[in-house]
Design a protein around this ligand. Structure first.
Ligand code: NA7
Length: 774
């Protein structure tokens, strides 16, 4: 993206200082003009019109003479080559642009204008911010815009050339909204430092224009008063007996007075010099550029115009990150098998593709295999069923519907208040009540944004070294050492802030001491009772069977308040009985059927191991991972598995994964794996494999650390307890020094020559990936 040099535009705008609309204010006598504020279309008119531009030319065509049948014959209108045209104003006024610049403008305007040379406007007018501004980095053609979706409103940018001319795939096609937003962000950032200056310049120009206008009006007024007094004197000097002349002079005098009056009424109430400019308003404008850009009244057209004023062109280069050829979409991996002879993995998909690779890196997500509760009768239900993890992209309309939600975990807590607002009736089927802390979603205080932006590097470093991957730290104190007033104040502070602070930045013994945990849990239980009107319902909603924080913290917006609504009913597994069956018309609990039109299944995931087991991974000697992990996952660092060479698991079980800010952990794994593979290439190593000893030691360490906490006492998905038949094992890693300590441990392993791993040097398979389709 190249910002246009300020020269062209500023000069054009300044040269418009004295631009007068040719509609005269004096009925065609052309002695005075209405002065108008400069507008975008004025600029465009100047750019497009050689007369205004000062290069108006004549002699574009010529007459020719020829002899026809012995007589001279003249013919007219023969076009002459451009270079031979006569320029009318040879010595340009300094405000005018030259011929070369005029031509450049024409070219740029044509290019900018909706992406077609020649300037044809796109049929739809266009909601694409960058239409006509981007060229393909590969073939140089201007990208076109297509609109997709229903209604057709989502812009897609694409390069059509190879497609149109050779029947080849397009150079590139990519969705518009994200690119538009990214460019707008860059643009605002780029102009931010100039915003105050630009605003002052605009104000100065406006003031000068006003002063000019005032000067003209003062002159007009002087002239009118002079003419009025002249007319008066002429009338006074006239012989009253000469009635005809006297009547005419009187008329003239009246007309002159009328003109004075008219001019007096046209005088602005305030003189330009009276208008005060508050510099802080301009500073504010610079700070709020993005707010101005996003203001509701700003049309896409206005944004496009601003962008085109500031940016010459954007060349799109997708080559660098063009991953498309390397990604196969819409395919499910069904088998990943290691071949001991070739030391290569063979990956098969449900479409019959076969890919061979030296390394396999799983990035299947820790929470991606939906947990369908084993409740009988789902298939008999006549209404609609939706699992929260497979939500329809265009939403679900709950209006006038009777809705049932199964589950009260983190997802349900956010879903329930939303559904309750729309549905006719909502029944919540709760198996275990939950502790909630307010999410406090909303606009971020601009001061906070500013401070964060100024501290990006600091924040990144702190979260890397932190306990949970957030910029949060425990209070280095036991809650039991505090006075009730002191801790209540701390709790209030965290509660008011919302988010994960209450969970991850509470007193340091919260996860270790049941007594300490009870004190903290008590605060949250009191909150439930203070919000829920009916004490019996509050009682059902209050967790009693597990310590606070040992299940994932749900963040809510009006979750408990929702149970005060008349259209919401809570069915609790302990008080009312567990779900017995899904019937054709609803859900039966304790022998009673709750009639429903829609069932929302918010029962979570087969966490951490579910998706890995489904890949059909077979390691050395055909050993199957799903079987080996029946009693729980066994890994080294949550990154690799003994017996499965060259297989890496991003955010795999026994790594901090879901017990951290997951992107931070993903990044750490990706960096570690990348460096490990680079090391193997450099050292010509064919395989890396965790040793069984290192794996056992890591498993023992993971268990030892977590057993010193309260985490195992909850029936949580961290423990695999939400899935019937799943081994009860703590699945992520809760290290004594958090994600920072884990990062250091991984780095140390690498520094010590990949301690705990065994390498084999180059085998028969070579070191190059083999990707083949059978
Ligand atoms: P969760 O947190 O696993 O919650 C699932 C809920 O569904 C929870 O209340 C479960 O009760 C309930 N559940 C699960 N199985 C059943 C059956 N068979 N019958 C009745 N109720 C059942 O999943 P979420 O989707 O809310 O959150 C998952 C994570 O995604 C979340 O923690 C974030 O990290 C993102 P239970 O508590 O097990 O008694």
């Amino acid at each position: 993206m190249a910002l246009r040099e300020p020269g062209l535009n500023s000069r054009l705008i300044l040269s418009q200082d004295g631009f007068a609309r040719t509609g005269p204010s004096d009925e065609g006598r052309m002695t005075s003009f209405d002065w108008v504020a400069i507008r975008y279309r004025n600029v465009i008119a100047v750019l497009k019109n050689p007369f205004y531009a000062g290069v108006y030319l004549y002699g574009k065509s010529e007459k020719r003479s020829s002899i026809v049948e012995g007589r001279a014959r003249r013919s007219y209108g023969h076009g002459k080559p451009i270079g031979t045209w006569e320029v009318m104003i040879k010595d340009h006024h300094e405000g005018y642009i030259g011929w070369a610049e005029y031509e450049r403008n024409q070219k740029q305007l044509a290019l900018n204008n909706y992406g077609r040379a020649g300037g044809a406007k796109s049929g739809r007018g266009g909601r694409a911010l960058l239409s006509g501004m981007m060229t393909c980095g590969r073939c140089g053609r201007r990208l076109s815009v297509a609109y997709t979706g229903n209604p057709q409103s989502r812009p897609v940018y694409r390069c059509d050339k190879p497609n149109l001319m050779m029947g080849l795939p397009r150079c590139m096609t990519f969705g518009g909204p994200r690119v538009d937003a990214a460019i707008a962000r860059e643009l605002l950032q780029a102009v931010e430092p100039m915003a105050i200056e630009a605003a002052f310049e605009a104000e100065r120009m406006h003031r000068e224009q006003q002063e000019d206008q005032q000067r003209i009006m003062d002159l007009e007024m002087q002239q009118a008063r002079y003419e009025a007094s002249l007319a008066e004197r002429r009338y006074a000097a006239c012989d009253p007996d000469n009635r005809l002349i006297a009547a005419q002079l009187e008329k003239n005098w009246e007309a002159a007075l009328r003109r004075v009056r008219d001019l007096e009424t046209r005088q602005p109430a305030e003189r330009p010099s009276d208008v005060k400019v508050d510099p802080s308003a301009f500073t504010n404008l610079a700070d709020n550029l993005s707010a101005a850009w996003n203001a509701p009244g700003v049309t896409m057209r206005a944004r496009q115009q601003l962008l085109r004023t500031l940016i010459t062109e954007i060349v799109v280069d997708v080559e660098r990150f063009d991953l498309k050829p390397d990604i196969q979409f819409g395919k499910r991996v069904v088998e990943v098998v290691f071949d001991d002879n070739t030391e290569l993995w063979t990956v098969r998909t449900d479409r019959g593709d076969v890919v061979r690779a030296r390394f396999v890196i799983t990035a299947v997500g820790a929470l991606s295999t939906a947990n369908m509760p084993p409740i009988k009768g789902f298939s008999s239900f006549k209404g609609k069923c939706y699992h929260t993890s497979q939500w329809p992209h265009d939403g679900v309309d709950f209006t006038a519907k009777r809705v049932g939600v199964i589950g009260t975990g983190a997802t349900a807590v956010q879903t329930i208040p939303e559904i309750a607002q729309q549905a006719k009736h909502l029944t919540v089927f709760q198996r275990t009540p939950t502790f909630c802390v307010p999410a406090r979603n909303g606009c971020v205080d601009p001061e906070v944004t500013k401070a964060r932006k100024a501290d990006y590097d600091g924040i990144r470093q702190r979260i890397k070294d932190s306990f949970f991957g957030f910029d949060l730290n425990f209070i280095p104190k036991s809650v039991l050492e505090t006075t009730p007033e002191e801790r209540e104040q701390e709790f209030d502070k965290m509660w008011d802030t919302g988010g994960f602070a209450f969970w991850l930045a509470n007193y340091q013994d919260m996860f270790f001491s049941k007594e300490a945990n009870d004190v903290i849990a008590d605060y949250l239980k009191r909150k439930i009772r203070s919000v829920v009107n009916d004490p019996a319902i509050a009682e059902k909603l209050t967790p009693k069977t597990y310590p606070y924080g040992t299940k994932r913290q749900p963040l809510d917006t009006n979750y408990f308040e929702t149970f005060n609504k008349k259209n919401v009913v809570l069915v609790d597994a302990t008080a009312d009985g567990p779900i017995e069956e899904i019937t054709p018309n609803g859900i039966r609990v304790g022998g009673r059927e709750y009639p429903l039109d829609i069932i929302v299944i918010a029962t979570g995931f087969d966490a951490l191991t579910g998706s890995l087991k489904k890949l059909g991974i077979k390691g050395r000697g055909g050993r199957a991972l799903a079987q080996e992990w029946e009693d729980g996952p066994q890994t080294y660092l949550g990154l690799a598995i003994a017996g499965y060479p060259n297989l890496f698991t991003i955010t795999g079980p026994q790594s901090p994964s879901v017990l951290s800010n997951v992107p931070v952990s993903i990044e750490q794994h990706v960096e570690w794996i990348t460096e490990c593979i680079a090391h193997m290439r450099r050292s010509k190593l064919a395989t890396i494999e965790a040793t069984p000893q290192a794996q056992d030691a890591w498993g023992a360490h993971v268990a030892e650390v977590v057993n010193s906490t309260l985490m195992p006492s909850a029936n949580s998905w961290y423990m695999g307890a939400n899935i019937a038949g799943k081994a009860r094992r703590f699945l992520p890693y809760l290290g004594p020094e958090g994600v920072g300590g884990y990062r250091r441990k991984c780095a140390e392993v690498a520094e010590k020559g990949y301690e705990g791993f065994a390498f084999a040097s180059q085998g028969q398979g070579g070191t190059v990936h083999i990707i083949a389709a059978e």
